[in-house]
Design a protein around this ligand. Structure first.
Ligand code: NZQ
Ligand code: ZN
Length: 385
């Protein structure tokens, strides 16, 4: 296991009715900007609960954060902060709203052009406004981590950021808020969390027994509860475990001290930038093909994955690896997620656009060994058609 720092300052308020606890966790003298998405929070009544819980605090609202949040919209929110002397940000929504809120929190205090936060690394960020979140969609882990992703359609770019200043101060996780989610978003969430775990687990052995065991347990939980959460949408216990699994998948715990991959995510981001395909669906297309392509590097972990996650013990080593990759694809398909590029309107001709975009964004040495080159990505995508 490598040396590591582990520090996660986000307080989790988990369970039914926890929105009411906002009153104890938002500073009493705060001037709050509530940030939300395209209207689901209003329709489902979550915003109403938030307004009630903020009691007599001063707040204004900024709606309209898009799925795959847009850079231009975040700048409008920064202007609203400056115009209204806001002191605290409260994100109400899924990963897109929380990611956008983190970026807004940094951009509001940034001296230079905020675009630099996405292009020159976030190390120039020295402060961010305090933010909290009310999570309505279990998927990204954004509610308990310090990263996010912002899309700029004019530049055909979807770029990640990370900064220690971006952790939410608190996040409310009420599983009942997920009951209103369409099946498509629950499926996306289970698939996204699954791939987050795989990106931190399925690399090469590093004597990280606790992280491996924890990751395998989280993967088995998603394989079991992902489909069940679609079959019985208002089963509280299933939604509660799904929600907590998605948070633990990307709050730093299973990734501490272990090699990490993230190639599937970086390739997937370029597919979303190209045609706005849902984030999780891009991952379901890339991952099976990437695992097959990189099986040489990942051989030992693929065998461990076959045994400990899928219970595949019969056949030769190569047959077991084939079966584990097939089972991974079948899991996504069982959730109702298609796993081929052609299912999302991408043909062979567009692969070059994706490869070129990765190069333009400096993503030319991906994977746990930093050795997945643009021509490797081309081959992986051709096998995903
Ligand atoms: O916009 P509204 O009207 O709120 O509707 C949303 C949106 O259309 C809807 N929704 C959310 N909660 C709902 C609901 N509808 C009914 N009932 C509810 N309770 O769901 C739709 C999708 O929401 P979105 O926030 O876009 O989904 P998700 O949470 O999957 O977030 C995806 C974004 O997160 C980024 C992705 O790249 C993508 O931009 N990621 C962030 C990460 C991080 N911060 O660590 C890691 C991930 O790998 C990922 O890249
Ligand atoms: Zn993801």
């Amino acid at each position: 296991m490598k040396n590591f720092d582990f520090h996660n300052p986000t307080k989790i308020l988990f369970g039914k009715g926890r929105i009411a606890d906002l009153n104890d966790h938002v500073p009493a003298d705060a001037k709050v900007l509530i940030i939300y998405g395209g209207g689901s929070a209003e329709r489902t009544g979550v915003l109403g609960q938030v307004r009630a819980a903020l009691c007599d605090r001063t707040f204004i609202e900024f709606g309209g954060i898009e799925p795959n949040p847009r850079y231009a919209t975040t700048l409008n929110a920064v202007q609203a902060i400056k115009d209204n002397d806001i002191t605290f940000l409260l994100a109400v929504g899924g990963g897109s709203v929380i990611d956008a809120t983190k970026f807004i929190a940094m951009a509001a205090l940034y001296e230079g052009d905020p675009w630099e936060i996405l292009t020159s690394g976030s190390s120039k960020v020295t402060a961010a406004m305090p933010l909290g979140s009310v999570l309505t969609l279990p998927a990204t882990g954004s509610e308990m981590n310090n990263g996010g992703v912002i899309t700029n359609p004019e530049k055909i770019a979807k770029l990640p950021f990370r900064s220690p200043h971006c952790y939410p101060v608190f996040s409310v996780l009420d599983p009942e808020l997920t009951y209103t989610l369409p099946a498509r978003q629950i499926a996306n969430g289970a698939a996204d969390a699954f791939v987050h775990i795989v990106e931190q687990y399925l690399t090469y052995p590093s004597a990280s027994h606790v992280q491996d065991g924890f990751a395998e347990s989280l993967l088995r939980t998603l394989i079991d509860l992902g489909p069940k959460s679609l079959e019985t949408p208002e089963d509280y216990d299933i939604r509660a475990s799904l929600m907590w699994t998605a948070t633990l998948a990307l709050n730093g715990l299973i990734g501490a001290g272990v090699p990490q991959d993230w190639a599937t995510h970086m390739i997937g981001h370029e597919i979303t930038a190209l045609n706005d395909t849902d984030h999780a669906r891009t991952l379901a297309v890339v991952l099976p093909s990437l695992l097959n392509d990189q099986r040489g590097h990942k051989y030992e972990k693929l065998l461990q994955y076959a045994t400990n996650v899928w219970g595949i013990n019969e056949g030769s080593d190569d047959q077991r690896i084939d079966a584990a990759i097939d089972a991974t694809r079948a899991f996504f398909e069982k959730l109702g997620i298609k796993t081929r590029l052609s299912d999302y309107g991408i043909a062979a001709a567009e692969i070059e656009l994706i490869v070129t975009a990765l190069q333009e964004h400096g993503m030319t040495a991906l994977g746990e060994h930093n050795d997945i080159t643009p021509s490797d990505v081309r081959r992986i995508l051709e096998a995903s058609l």
